[in-house]
Write a protein of this length. Structure first.
Length: 494
């Protein structure tokens, strides 16, 4: 086993501290919409019906452990976030060392550059979505496993197929949504190692495809077995018959996704930086005529990385427009910087070209971190607004109960179509999962009222006539009304 370098420990600790500062508002406590859902269902039910049933074996086991230990939801949320921060920064160090394997850092500046590149590759703008949920720790493990698996596959040491296969299977069992990263890193590492040996690069890609298919099949078998044991049926993977129509949908939404970046990064910024880096590589290739292959390698990496982000959507469009499933796209800027560092001498020469590239790197890093902080703070504000809205609902219910002497103990969630924007608070700019109003989400409302107002409500399915009567009489400004012993409330996210 390779000895851990003192330098790596220092860099790791510095990055953990920086990350903890960025995530401090969440570390001190926060509620995701899914956190309310877990509280409503209970740890055991959520672990079996959601995690295990969806093939997230490790998350299911963790949920069962937390259930047995009766850990409060707030503590659970903070502990998993801290764990995710630690594991993610371990992934940063592993990626840094892989980069240095292909091109060792010659001085302190080079080490700093590699560390920053590795950090923005792991903590990319899409990865922020992963850090929102209590599953963040397991998602972080999957990312780490896929990086290591890709490295082993490309290096081809003793029993590399077995080792890479086992790690990939474990990564998929942890969280299948990040499987695209495995293929992304295989392509990157293979190009860095094999240079112009196209045959070997193709072999690596084919081997990664076979390993990926086997891993997904293992996960499907696990889901099938678990489903038979607990009497449920998985819904995450979808059906093979959906592939053609899903591919058409993916292409129809591709440009929008690259521009809007799942509403988790400033609109158009990703495209701007990708074009800037592509231009840098193009100019470098023109100036160095022997390096014309660079532009083709860059295009191959960019295209395959973007395509990898949609692998999980080939059979299902569930959670299509979410950052956690588009991690390869978020990592692309960092991946291109890795490519530039290893395949060129741009960072080694004292030229204006080097300064421009450093400016691009530093500005992107600052924009990325600033975006993290902005969305995290907006999410904290959402939690405050959720409390304000839940208090208004509770006051409304209490007044109704006093006036009618009828106890409200049920809830009817009325799904309102084409009202997506109403699922967010008007004063909140960000429209990603981070800032959804849990009071208006199908999966968050019951748990939110229980946590925030200590009011436990039983869900009922209203009849069409009851829904019709509700819409005739309800106050459209507030979007809810008590009828009999039931709270009818508009839901905009479902």
């Amino acid at each position: 086993m390779r000895k851990i370098k003192k330098e790596d420990i220092i860099i790791f600790l510095i990055m953990v501290v920086i990350t903890c500062i960025v995530f401090a508002p969440l570390i001190e406590g926060h509620y995701a919409t899914d956190t309310y859902n877990i509280y409503d269902k209970g740890y055991y039910t959520y672990a079996t019906k959601n995690s295990l049933n969806d093939g997230r074996i490790f998350m299911g086991i963790l949920g069962l452990i937390v259930s047995a230990l009766k850990i409060p939801i707030e503590v659970y949320s903070t502990l998993t976030l801290l764990g995710a921060i630690i594991i993610s920064n371990i992934a940063v160090i592993i990626l840094k060392n892989i980069i240095e394997k292909y091109k060792p850092a010659k001085n302190t500046l080079a080490k700093i550059i590699i560390s920053i590149i590795s950090y923005i590759t792991i903590f990319n703008f899409m990865y922020l979505d992963n850090m929102y949920f209590v599953e963040n720790i397991i998602m972080a493990i999957s990312v780490l496993l896929f990086i290591k698996s890709a490295d082993i596959l490309v290096e081809k040491n003793n029993k590399y197929l077995l080792k890479s296969g086992v790690l990939t299977i474990l990564g998929v069992l942890a969280y299948q949504g990040t499987i695209g990263l495995f293929f992304t890193y295989v392509v990157l590492f293979s190009i860095l190692k094999n240079d112009k040996n196209i045959k070997q690069i193709i072999v690596d890609i084919l081997q990664s495809g076979i390993i990926g298919i086997i891993s997904i099949c293992v996960d499907l078998i696990a889901v099938k077995i678990i489903g038979q044991i607990i009497g449920t049926k998985q819904t995450r993977y979808g059906k093979l018959s959906n592939i053609f129509t899903n591919i058409i949908f993916i292409f129809s939404q591709l440009i929008n996704t690259l521009i809007d970046t799942c509403d988790i990064f400033p609109k158009g910024v990703f495209i701007i930086y990708t074009i800037l880096l592509g231009t840098i590589i193009l100019i470098y290739s023109i100036k160095n005529k022997k390096e014309n292959a660079l532009i083709y390698e860059f295009l191959a990496i960019a295209i395959i990385t973007i395509a990898s982000a949609y692998i999980i959507n080939l059979t299902t469009l569930t959670s299509f427009n979410t950052g956690r499933l588009k991690n390869p796209i978020g990592a692309l800027i960092g991946i291109i910087f890795i490519f530039i560092y290893v395949k060129t001498d741009i960072f080694e020469r004292k030229t204006i070209f080097k300064n421009i590239t450093l400016i691009v790197l530093m500005t992107f890093t600052l924009v990325n971190v600033a975006n993290y902080v902005s969305i995290i703070l907006q999410h904290k504000r959402v939690n405050q607004l959720e409390k304000e809205e839940s208090s208004k609902i509770e006051t409304y219910i209490e007044n109704y109960e006093k006036e009618t002497n009828i106890k409200i103990n049920k809830i009817a969630k009325i799904r309102v179509r084409n009202s997506f924007q109403k699922g967010y608070f008007e004063e909140i700019k960000n429209k990603s999962d981070y800032c959804k109003n849990a009071i208006r989400t199908d999966w968050g409302i019951i748990g939110a009222l229980e946590i925030l107002e200590n009011r436990k409500l039983e869900e009922i399915k209203p009849t069409n006539k009851e829904i019709e009567n509700y819409f005739k009489n309800y106050d459209s400004e507030i979007g809810y009304e008590c009828i009999g012993d039931t709270l009818f409330i508009n839901i905009y996210n479902y």
